[in-house]
Design a binder for this molecule. Structure first.
Ligand code: HEC
Length: 150
């Protein structure tokens, strides 16, 4: 995957609005299957806003995310870049416009989820369940410190 698709453009100006409102919009978009071309929504994998997150999610951005490094060679991502990454790879869609309200909203909501995840990284429920389309990915690898508790 071309790393340019998920790299912040020069002179990037994210859409600005009250954060609480953006987070609310993002929560609705989280379950919107129209964002993808394969019938998935963010919530298909990240069920309930906790599943399929690896322990890296607890770290401040930018940080390394294994899936992004493997698929596009990027060494670290900002949160909005990770949203774009999941749009392009698992959602099989185009990246959102960088200045769009949708990207700002999904980023704000992901940031809220991150706060909860930091408080309890082992809340990531059972990302390895058979019906989870992410099962082939490795959020369940032995290096996941939460694995033993699932
Ligand atoms: C087909 C499954 C799938 C879908 C659909 C999906 N994701 Fe992900 N996402 C993953 C997996 C797997 C990871 C963990 C990757 C890793 O840690 O290597 C992840 C990681 C993330 C991370 C955190 C990365 C980190 O550790 O910092 C964010 C934020 C994220 N996804 C947002 C989204 C958003 C927003 C959507 C919807 C637009 C979405 N995802 C749709 C599978 C999916």
């Amino acid at each position: 995957m071309d790393p340019k698709l998920v790299t912040r453009p020069k002179n990037y100006k994210p859409y600005k609005a009250a954060r609480a409102q953006l987070a609310r919009d993002g929560e609705a978009l989280w379950k919107d299957t129209k964002l993808s071309t394969n019938g998935m929504s963010c919530n298909t994998c990240h069920v309930g806003g906790t599943a399929a997150f690896a322990p890296t999610f607890a770290k401040p951005y930018p940080h390394m995310v294994a899936m992004a490094t493997e698929r596009s060679g990027v060494k670290q991502v900002h949160l909005d870049e990770m949203v774009q990454f999941c749009m392009v790879v698992p959602m099989a869609a185009k990246p959102l416009a960088w200045s769009s309200r949708e990207l700002a909203a999904l980023t704000a909501y992901s940031g809220e989820l991150q706060k909860k995840f930091k408080a309890n990284p082992c809340a990531s429920k059972n990302p390895c369940a058979a019906k989870n389309p992410c099962a082939a990915r490795n959020p369940c690898a032995a290096k996941n410190p939460c694995a033993a508790k699932q």
